[in-house]
Design a binder for this molecule. Structure first.
Ligand code: FAD
Ligand code: NAD
Length: 479
């Protein structure tokens, strides 16, 4: 038997590594087991987020957006650039360097905070026991009073489009193309489809997105989703809703996809196809038979509001449990669990977890949509303000989109904030903070915003809830 710990965390993604660091800071003797290996066979901390998710995708989104600005927009600003070209190899090398820096950084943070990093595959073999198989196949058993399972998720595959090396790929494959595909198919108009579809569309691919559902971004407020769809279409994304993929065939270096929509059966040929139809919890082999940690019918570890599983002392967090599959949600759960294990009171406010789609412009939201409120029978007052009427947006050459505040009609308490516009992902924190503090729309309306800023549109949207927006003809009469 090796060392005994207060806590062993399985998985070092944004859920697991944050749990481990927080727990060590609170004085718990903590270890974190990770099995992800880099190309040289060493451990790569950071999980999906740092290795093949949030960070590499944003590196490509930023590079491709700057390319489009230089190619299409600089002339308007009086900047002559000549012929703008993208070196895909260089863009990818920059992305890989950022990933390496960040994943290496986690190992440094573990050392600095006194977390014991254990490299290998962890398995819960008892209430207080974790077995680890290291990279050479050697096993060891470690004891801990508490265990946190933070094993993450993997992409869903669908039978009509089996992954085929270099041709039919998942999100990881789409972060590694060595040249811009001519005709790119994307299955799923969700977050990954729109972000990675945007990257390659900006670099010149002809992108067709096949989405099974009839609604576009149903989790986003209807008005904002409609604006977003229009803006992405204008950029050249061909988004086909109600398109159910029924099969595919690889013919040489091409992929022929069959799908059915309201008009009948169709076929379309691509040079590459990205399958991004969701992710599923990864719990395979993490919990030994005989350990009674319950899973639900979709394979998620069943947990209560404070991430306790059915076995005392065993917790689960992040993508492998219910709730949105987001890095910051995983980290919040990790902080909460570490605090609870250290004897503190803690909770996560699941109503105030923001979401961002990093297209251009960005789409960001927190809390209820107007359609959610209607379904739940809550009467709301809303206020919206377009960036087209915002001075900073004009100066920034970013007048597309709007901000919308949703407030309870009776109490004026803010129930949601929805934005499509440049920097929406940065601005959404205002809505999160407002909701965390139980603010009313009037509280935001009475807050002083710096001028000129994009955020003034949120101020104006809050003023518009009561019909008081300054830089817009108000629909409602001032009370
Ligand atoms: P993961 O990050 O998946 O980490 C789990 C870790 O556990 C992995 O390192 C895995 O190797 C390890 N593990 C599993 N089993 C074992 C075992 N038995 N032993 C040892 N280790 C094990 N979210 C955002 O919030 N913002 C974004 O912009 C964003 N962009 C994304 C872009 C893409 C392309 C993808 C695919 C995802 C993106 N996500 C984004 C989602 C985000 O990556 C996940 O929600 C987040 O990584 C979940 O964190 P986690 O710690 O629960 O799991
Ligand atoms: P998603 O759930 O966001 O979207 C999947 C889409 O595919 C849905 O619109 C769904 O209707 C569609 N779909 C499902 N089956 C289909 C089929 N057979 N044919 C056509 N369409 C089909 O999933 P995703 O885009 O794969 O992303 C996975 C997870 O990763 C998301 O839950 C998200 O939270 C996370 N993520 C977050 C970010 C971010 O925060 N910016 C970025 C990327 C990924």
């Amino acid at each position: 038997m090796a060392d005994k710990f207060d806590l062993i965390v399985i998985g070092a993604g944004p859920g697991g590594y944050v749990t481990a660091i927080r727990a060590a800071q609170l004085g718990l003797k903590t270890a974190c087991v990770e099995k992800w290996q880099d190309s040289k066979g060493g451990v790569a901390h950071g999980g999906t987020c740092l290795n093949v998710g949030c960070i590499p995708s944003k590196a490509l989104l930023e590079a491709s957006h700057k390319f489009v600005e230089a190619r299409d927009d600089f002339d308007d600003l009086g900047i002559a650039t000549g012929d703008v070209k993208m070196d895909v190899g260089k863009m990818m090398a920059r992305k890989d360097k950022i990933v390496k820096n960040l994943t290496g950084g986690i190992s440094g943070l573990f050392k600095a905070n006194g977390v014991t990093a254990i490299n290998g595959t962890g398995k819960v073999i008892g209430e207080k026991q974790v077995e680890v198989t290291d990279f050479d196949g050697k096993t060891s058993t470690h004891e801990a009073d508490n265990i946190v399972v933070a094993a993450g998720s993997v992409p869903v595959e669908i039978p009509p489009t089996p992954l085929t090396e270099g041709l039919i790929v998942d999100s990881t494959g789409a972060l590694e193309f060595d040249e811009t595909p001519g005709r790119l198919g994307v299955i799923g108009a969700g977050v990954i489809g729109l972000e990675l579809g945007s990257v390659w569309n900006r670099l010149g691919s002809e992108v067709t997105v096949l989405e099974a559902m009839d609604d576009f971004l149903p989790m986003v407020d209807g008005a904002i989703a409609k604006d977003t769809q229009k803006l992405l279409k204008k950029q050249g994304l061909d988004i086909r809703l109600g398109a159910k993929v029924t099969g595919s065939e690889v013919k040489g270096q091409e992929v022929v996809v069959k799908y059915a929509d309201a008009d009948g059966e169709k076929e379309i040929t691509f040079d590459k196809l990205i399958v991004c139809v969701g992710r599923k919890p990864y719990t395979q082999g993490v919990i030994a038979d005989g350990v009674n940690v319950d899973l639900d019918e979709r394979g998620f570890v069943t947990v209560d509001d404070q991430c306790r599983t059915s076995v005392p002392g065993v917790y689960a967090i992040g993508d492998c449990v219910r709730g949105p599959m987001l890095a910051h949600k995983a980290s919040e759960e990790g902080m909460m669990v570490a605090d609870i294990i250290a004897g503190q009171k803690a909770e996560v406010n699941y109503d105030a977890i923001p979401s961002v789609i990093y297209t251009f412009p960005e789409v960001a939201w927190v809390g209820m949509t107007e359609q959610d409120a209607k379904e739940q029978g809550i009467e709301v007052s809303t206020g919206a303000f377009p960036f087209a009427a915002n001075g900073r947006a004009m100066a920034n050459n970013a007048t597309e989109g709007s901000a919308k505040v949703i407030a309870d009609a009776e109490t004026d308490r803010i129930l949601g904030l929805h934005i499509v516009g440049q920097h929406a992902g940065e601005m959404i924190a205002q809505g999160v903070i407002a909701m965390e503090f139980g603010s009313s729309a009037e509280d935001l309306a009475l807050t002083c915003y710096a001028h000129p800023t994009m955020s003034e549109s949120i101020h104006e949207a809050a003023l518009a809830v009561d019909g008081h927006a300054i830089h817009m003809a108000n629909r409602k009469k001032r009370k």
